[in-house]
Design a protein around this ligand. Sequence first.
Ligand code: BTN
Length: 325
Amino acid sequence: MHILEILNTDSFISGEEIAKLLKISRAAVHKQITRLRGAGYNIEGAQNLGYKLVSRPDIITPEELKHYLKKNGVTEHSIFYFNETVSTQDEAKNIAEKDIKFPALVIAERQTGSYGRLRRQWISDEGGLWFSLALKPEIEPDRIPQITFVASLAVCRAVEIAFGLSPQIKWPNDVMLNGKKFAGVLTEISAEVGKLNWVIVGIGINVNNPIPDSLKGSAVSLLEATEEKINRAEFLSIVLSEFYGLYALFLEKGFSGFQKEYNQQSMLIGSRVSVDTGDGVVEGVAQKIDANGYLWVKAPDNKIEKIIAGDVIKVNSKLIQTSKI
Ligand code: BTN
């Protein structure tokens, strides 16, 4: 048992009782309280009454995260926490190569060399949620890219649950609020013939972090959208709970298990779009995302183009900026 599971926000608990529950001395209790206060926990101490937890800090240490994960039913998880790292993707890849228990969560307060799709720079200042999940699903490698859909939809659902907002997905990996991007997903894999080693799903969410002026036209944070400072550990545990629920469905039924919901959340369907496929730009009206995850676009000659991957650069004649969140 951990002292944070004992401290209560509604009532005081005596040092003696804490010591008994943790099977440690009163002096050791005092030491732990001092450590927690140092980490930003506001703990009130009153003579004859004991200790009361007044507020928790906005940190995402495993200790803090485990509290909320348990509350949201996510228990089986290894957690690797970094105050600062180059990229949680790289850390997760290293970790996945070792003999670890999947799934694993790698999270950092700040990243100095983080990247998104097509190796675009991704800005990860303090206050956001920057994390990577190391997974080992037993599925055909060609279905792996659809895990990006699992993650984008999980972020959408979590924002709806936590803040009552209605985000939209810009296929394949962007999550938007009122036409501005607040989250992105990057899925990377390592496989050999007939053998999948690991999948790393990287998720970046603008939460309490500032958005640089140069990106204000295309990016937004949840802080700006909700006008309130967000408890990131609590919000992350909702994202993960939604992710694992959808992931289980995906492993069982494939993308068809939530294809309808994904299409309903898509900002493209019915809109005039321009998609850069790498081989050229496809223009037309977006019809749907099919069971394989392809985007169907009806060209002016009524021909349907099925796009496997690409960058949506325009929606209803509006240019979409795609870099750095
Ligand atoms: C995109 O929109 O292109 C995807 C962005 C993914 C960013 C996340 S932040 C956590 C993880 N670490 C990285 O370096 N990238 C991903």
